[in-house]
Design a protein around this ligand. Structure first.
Ligand code: HEM
Length: 210
């Protein structure tokens, strides 16, 4: 049996699933709040709104704790998207568009993953700003009017929800086609040594490829 290496620490795994659950709750309750007829996921508006209001604080704490943890554990070194990561995109795009069988050895996360994980933190920030403007309409009235009005905030909040729906779907799809070992690693923390997170028939060193 292949030797297993410890890949995801316990705090990273807990935060991953807590944040995932909160995004799921915020998306489903949010869609219900938007239109309960089209998205009949809950028994009542009261349940959906209360759940949204609890999950909105939990996701903010969840993201802040994850950022704090990435600094204390130093895993920001693998997670932080840097401008130099842009150079890795062409090879990644060619691979996912089936134009190449080679995938450079990017390390723990490829540039697409880093970009997405960082972008989610930024998107949560915008969801929090637009969401709190809706939550405290009187306190934020002047600011919302200056920035386009409450309706615009509501539409931005709703549009960003779709960015989450699409990108989370891509993330889940890619995790599953990565195989059970990839999905399991986020539960147990362990991943077989020598295997790669992204499926690839050939693999070349990142410096050879870029
Ligand atoms: C991060 C902090 C967040 C805050 C403070 C927040 C706050 C709010 C508030 C106050 C409302 C209006 C509720 C009502 O009118 O009863 C709302 C609606 C909604 N929220 Fe959030 N929310 C947050 C995050 C999210 C996230 C992450 C998503 C989805 C990914 C989301 C999706 C929605 C949707 C779809 C609606 C309905 C918008 C509409 O009616 O057009 N929210 N949110």
């Amino acid at each position: 049996m292949a030797k297993e290496m410890y890949y995801h620490t316990l705090p990273a795994r807990i935060l991953h699933w807590v944040n995932a659950a909160n995004i799921g709750l915020l998306t489903t309750t949010g869609l219900y709040i938007r239109d309960p007829q089209v998205f009949p996921f809950f028994a009542s508006m009261d349940i959906a709104r209360k759940t949204h209001f609890i999950a909105m604080y939990l996701i903010i704490y969840g993201i802040l704790i994850r950022i704090y943890y990435s600094y204390v554990s130093k895993d920001y070194r693998e997670l932080l998207f840097r401008p130099g990561d842009l150079r890795g995109f062409p090879a990644l795009a060619k691979y996912y568009l089936f134009l190449s069988k080679e995938l450079p050895d990017y390390g723990k996360y490829n540039p697409g993953q880093k970009f997405l994980y960082n972008a989610w933190a930024v998107l949560i920030f915008f969801q929090a700003v637009t969401g709190f403007a809706l939550y405290f309409p009187n306190a934020s009235a002047q600011l919302t009017r200056m920035l386009g009005g409450p309706l615009l905030f509501r539409q931005v909040h709703f549009m960003l929800t779709w960015v989450f729906i699409v990108t989370v779907a891509v993330h889940v799809y890619l995790s599953f086609i990565g195989g059970w070992t990839v999905v399991k690693s986020m539960i147990t923390g362990y991943f077989p040594e020598g295997e790669h997170m992204q499926p690839s028939s050939e693999r070349v060193g990142i410096n050879e490829r870029l």
